[in-house]
Design a protein around this ligand. Structure first.
Ligand code: MTE
Length: 298
């Protein structure tokens, strides 16, 4: 709900463009005298939302190809209206929900979030969306439910990547129920106040800012409440490399690369790597994992 949760980026964190340019000049001035020392303690990188162009032209959406520029070239073929979301499993009101009906009951707000891909690049995205908790509450979560499973549309005639066995289609993801109910977890419907571009997962995609980007499943058509940990696409593809939790964690490297730092897309001077903070900087979720070994449960 609007105003219920304050922990998005503060105005201090989101520097204005003028301040940002000014800061770049200061940093440029410092560059000769040991810039590497700055940010040695893993802190969130300076936060200037990425441009519309960057956010919508550098994408992962394998249903439209595996190249970063494939989705922006190919995803226009997807029909996103009308759109139905099936909500089923352990809910009081299972059914096929029309997206327009859902949206008429939800509060859309802007959330400026860091977005960290498991491939060690990152952006800052001003999403528009609503809290997943509000949708789950609408459907009525039953007491035995412990996990939420998500499914992307399967429509190979409009999603050419699905004609090849690159992944086990449809793309599926999952969260523990408490992760799904956390106020930071949103279903996004737009970016920069505009409708979600197809390449970013129109018309409705998950965003879980403290987890690697692949958890943020696009073009969602089904949400299932369950008492069992659901299968997830990248875990099925390579369980050694991609765990169920996939919390951003600079201390747990991917078997093939370090996760201690990241490349901020389009960040000019800062395109050198910046340190990656635990939980992508969203420390308030730490309590969800009390007593868990996050190296084992990666
Ligand atoms: N969802 C579907 N259905 N198919 C995908 O290939 N890629 C994931 C995630 N959601 C993906 C997906 C990955 S790896 C990332 S990093 C993000 O989407 C990218 O989101 P963006 O293109 O909006 O930055």
């Amino acid at each position: 709900m609007a105003g219920r949760w304050k922990n998005t980026l503060t105005e201090n964190e989101v520097t204005s463009e003028a301040d940002f340019l000014n800061r770049r000049q200061i940093m440029a001035g410092l560059a000769g005298v040991g810039l590497a020392g700055i940010g040695g303690a893993a802190q969130a990188a300076p936060l200037q939302p990425n441009s519309w162009e960057e956010i919508t032209s550098y994408n992962n959406y394998y249903e439209f190809g595996t190249g970063k520029d494939d989705p922006s070239r190919n995803a226009h073929t997807l029909t996103t209206s009308p759109w139905t979301v099936k909500i089923d499993g352990m809910v009081d009101k299972p059914g096929d929900y029309d997206l327009d009906d859902i949206l008429s009951k939800m509060t859309i707000e802007e959330r400026i979030y860091r977005f960290r891909c498991v491939e060690a690049w990152s952006m800052v995205v001003p999403w528009d969306g609503f809290e997943l908790a509000d949708l789950l509450t609408l459907a009525g979560v039953q007491s035995g439910a412990r996990y939420v499973a998500f499914e992307t549309l399967y429509r190979p005639e409009e999603m050419p990547g699905q004609k090849a066995p690159i992944l086990d289609w449809p793309y599926v993801e999952g969260l523990r129920l408490d992760e799904a109910m956390h106020p930071l977890t949103i279903m996004a419907t737009g970016i920069y106040g505009k409708p979600m571009p197809n390449q970013n997962g129109a018309p409705l995609r998950l965003v879980v800012p403290w987890k690697y980007g692949f958890k943020s499943i696009k073009s969602v058509v089904r949400i299932t409440l369950t008492d069992r940990q659901p299968p997830t696409t990248w875990n099925k593809t390579n369980a050694r490399e991609y765990g169920f939790y996939s919390n951003v964690n600079p201390q747990v490297d991917h078997p093939r690369w370090s996760q201690a730092s990241e490349r901020r897309i389009g960040s000019g001077l800062f395109s050198k790597r910046v340190p990656t903070p635990m939980f992508n900087g969203y420390d308030e979720v730490a309590s969800l994992y009390g007593g868990m070994d996050l190296k084992k449960n990666f």
